[in-house]
Design a protein around this ligand. Structure first.
Ligand SMILES: [Zn+2]
Ligand SMILES: [Zn+2]
Ligand SMILES: [Zn+2]
Length: 457
């Protein structure tokens, strides 16, 4: 059979339906979530081009049948809808008409001149034919040899109900079926006819909580990030240090001039609790990519083990209700005021101004206790809480007569590590030694090598 299943046809015709950005798709999903549209069932309707339609859904979405089918198929592939077989239509391969009529034919000569009835065989001459052709004047007479048939089982027998071809005399149990098109009148053999399976579609209830999250809080979260100056990539593919490519649900990056931040946001939705394995996987990915700001949005909540692990790994966990609080709080930062040109170190005071402008709180000579218990002093500690994560930048100012050496940079890096700050900036007067510079690069310390800290005027 030439099977034209709709799924295959659609992937060829319309490969580009992106369900999350397609307004019509999202409207349909929203209507199904709200319970306004239940099953999407086809109606057979030969007046339409496809031969069937999903009238109710087409009306709600303002789509033509073939467009709607493409939407439904995309949702089926995304597992949001589940499709089930509804019916099969036959189509004329010549003119695509659905208006076909079955015709029966002799399997030997192809003639349509066949009849069904009880078949008698005259054992004497081997002639077999329809009973009605034997009947003459109330008796059975063989139409071939003209002898009278006398005793059933002796000189003749019944072969049962069969077909007989009136053109070639063949008797057969099943005729060959062909389809005649009532539009173009072509006749097509049964195995050459085009079959179309049509489906009805049902909302996949297992996806409900995930969809409810995707359609509302997630969009709000993305807006929230954008309003705070982040560039947001959904389903970002990022190559890790291991060489593996990872998918991050939401990657938010912001270039603050001095430091570029990245937040990896993972979204975990489960029917019940989210277990350790999934969190572990997310943490692993973030580590491999080298992102240390990790946020996990969970629906509905973490299991106990997972929670413990998340706190150990400094993963900020937001349940949907936390997320709503976060999103509701805090006015968006006016990003218009922030300079977009790359930061250039002119003086310490200008750097501080720049950071303040970017929304940072500044503490000079900040005293901070490290994980080791030791007290550290940071020349400039810049802190910014943008609702989702709190960013810290440790800024060290190192000056000496000679280029600043490795051990000073090492000490600074060590201090930042003990405090748990990953974003490090070093201002070095009058510069760094080669090995200090190499070490700084390896430790991802942003370095400004300058001649003076303050310029006059
Ligand atoms: Zn025949
Ligand atoms: Zn005979
Ligand atoms: Zn036709």
């Amino acid at each position: 059979m030439t099977r034209e299943t709709k799924g295959k046809a659609e992937t060829q015709d319309q490969p580009g339906i992106k369900i999350w950005t397609d307004e019509k798709v999202m409207k349909l999903v929203a209507e199904m979530l709200a319970g306004n549209i239940a099953d999407i069932r086809p109606q057979i309707d030969f007046t339409t081009e496809l031969g069937f339609s999903y009238a109710a859904a087409e009306k709600v979405l303002g789509l033509k049948s073939d467009q709607l089918v493409a939407v439904l198929e995309a949702l089926d592939r995304a597992d949001i809808l589940k499709k089930r077989f509804f019916d099969r239509l036959l189509r004329c391969p010549q003119c695509r008409s659905l208006n076909l009529r079955p015709t029966t034919h002799c399997p030997k000569c192809g003639s349509g001149n066949i009849a069904r009835g009880r078949i008698l065989e005259h054992i004497v001459c081997k002639y077999a034919g329809l009973e009605e052709d034997f009947v003459t004047k109330g008796r059975y007479t063989c139409p071939k040899c003209q002898q009278e048939l006398k005793t059933v089982g002796v000189d003749y027998q019944s072969l049962g109900m069969l077909y007989k071809c009136r053109d070639c005399d063949e008797t057969f149990r099943l005729p060959q079926i062909k389809w005649q098109c009532l539009k173009c009148f072509s006749v097509t053999a049964e195995d050459k006819i085009t079959e179309i399976d049509i489906y009805y579609y049902r909302f996949n209830e297992e996806k409900r909580s995930w969809l409810e999250f995707e359609l509302k809080p997630k969009l709000k979260l993305i807006d929230f990030l954008k309003q705070r100056g982040y560039k947001v990539t959904e389903n970002a593919a990022v190559k890790g240090r291991s060489g593996a490519e990872h998918k991050i649900d939401i990657l938010a990056t912001r270039d603050d001039g001095i430091i570029t931040y990245a937040i990896a946001i993972g979204i975990k939705v489960a029917g019940d609790r989210i277990e350790l394995g999934e969190i572990f996987d997310f943490d692993d990915k973030a580590y491999d990519i080298g992102i240390h700001d990790k946020v996990l949005v969970v629906v509905p909540e973490l299991g106990r083990e997972a929670e413990k692990f998340a706190s150990q790994q400094r993963i900020k966990v937001l349940e949907v209700r936390d997320l709503e609080t976060v999103l509701a709080g805090g006015a968006p930062v006016a990003i218009e005021g922030i300079k977009r040109e790359p930061f250039e170190f002119k003086s310490k005071s200008r750097m501080i101004d720049y950071l303040v402008n970017c929304g940072y709180e500044i503490k000079e000579n900040a005293k901070v206790k490290g994980k080791s218990g030791a007290d550290h002093s940071i020349d400039i500690l810049a802190t910014k809480d943008d609702g989702i994560v709190t960013h810290h930048i440790a800024i060290g100012i190192l000056q000496s007569e000679q280029p600043v050496d490795l051990s000073s940079v090492f000490d600074f890096d060590d201090k930042a590590y003990d405090i748990g700050i990953m974003d490090k900036v070093l201002v070095a007067l009058p510069g760094l030694t080669n090995e200090a510079r190499q070490f700084a690069r390896r430790q991802k310390i942003k370095v400004f090598e300058v001649a003076t800290l303050e310029t006059s005027g």
